[in-house]
Design a protein around this ligand. Structure first.
Ligand code: SF4
Length: 339
């Protein structure tokens, strides 16, 4: 998958066309004039994706337009159409925290869904009842797929968020019964863990959740869910070594690039590329080239050089973790939880 940043502002406060918006922290140094990815930059990105085979292969899996809040970009429909010239699989991740179905942000999402794009969401319990839920009902009338990210602080919080989704899909009736079955399976497991081992570590949690699938599929509707432990960020914007729900363990990321395989590439608004889901908050330093400025040859050269730097940094990280130095940054600029 190629995950492309198309917007810096997060739009969590006014829910519509805010002019004084909070800017997603890793993008905080962007001047206001550059908060929206311009149409012309999307054209350059699309052209360059097609010129680099490995990026094109990732794009054929999916281009995911993200941010900040992607629906806040006034040109998002045009940008969607440009990326659709690269691949039929273009989706947009939104907070769906929108005032009403009259909002320009919502109307943009409707246009994208009508053009065949998919909308995915992150569940926000505080915005669920009043803002997300009514619009999600409309989303289900416009598309046959949905991916939901659930970011949880602890097991009771996870249980409660699964409950919101379960109630929602029960209301949808028989056509979505398979989604209810999957959510019930998750919720039963989480509730059991809360009763039997509420302070468990991550390994116990993962074992307990077992091989519960991430998808509920039917011809009429396919649902996918990602359960993501939350983590804190320090004053320098650096992620903690442990997640919030499982504070006793290091919350490690396996770096695919250091192992020589790239499954995902994140492209920032300035064109910089990182080969994982680092949206800037992990502060990984080695770059895999710049999609706006570099030639295909230069991008491939950076792939090779940066993969080697990452592999070296990761060996040092493992050493640090084994020698009670976990959390120390190595000179390669690899976050200390990357393994
Ligand atoms: S080292 Fe970590 S942050 Fe950097 S690309 Fe690999 S997994 Fe991502």
């Amino acid at each position: 998958m190629l995950s492309i940043f198309v917007e810096a502002s997060c739009n969590r406060y006014s829910r519509d066309e805010c002019v004084d918006c909070h800017v997603y922290e890793p993008l905080g140094n962007l001047p206001r004039s550059e908060w929206h990815l311009p149409i012309e930059d999307a054209r350059i990105m699309a052209k360059n994706i097609l010129r680099v085979d490995s990026l094109n292969a990732l794009a054929q899996q999916e281009i995911n337009m993200t941010g900040g809040e992607a629906s806040q970009n006034p040109d998002i429909v045009e940008i969607f159409k440009i990326f659709r010239t690269v691949t039929p699989n273009v989706c947009l991740h939104t907070n769906l925290d929108i005032n009403s179905d009259q909002s320009k942000r919502w109307l943009r999402l409707v246009e994208i869904m009508q053009l065949g794009g998919r909308i995915d969401i992150t569940l926000y319990p505080v915005a669920w009842k009043r803002f997300q839920k009514p619009l999600l009902k409309k989303v289900l009338r416009l598309q046959k797929y949905l991916l939901v990210n659930v970011v949880f602080e602890n097991l009771p919080d996870l249980n409660s968020q699964l409950g919101l989704l379960l109630d929602f899909f029960i209301e949808e009736g028989e056509t979505h019964a398979h989604v209810g079955d999957l959510l019930r399976e998750y919720q039963d497991k989480v509730q059991n863990l809360i009763k039997t081992n509420p302070d468990c570590n991550e390994a116990v949690y993962l074992k307990h959740m077992g091989n519960t699938g991430s998808f509920a599929r039917k011809k009429e509707f396919t649902f996918g869910i990602n359960l993501l432990p939350a983590f804190k960020v320090d004053a320098l914007g650096r992620r903690t070594m442990a997640s919030t729900p499982f504070p006793k363990d290091n919350y490690l990321i396996e770096c695919p690039a250091a192992r020589g395989s790239i499954d995902i590439m994140t492209v920032r608004q300035n064109g910089d590329m990182t080969p994982c889901c680092d949206v800037g908050n992990l502060q990984c330093q080695p770059r895999f080239g710049n999609l706006l400025k570099d030639s295909p040859e230069k991008i491939l050269e950076k792939f090779t050089v940066s993969s080697k730097i990452m592999a070296t940094g990761i060996i040092k990280n493992r050493d640090n973790i084994q020698n009670a130095k976990s959390g120390e940054w190595v000179k390669e600029g690899i976050p200390p939880y990357c393994s």
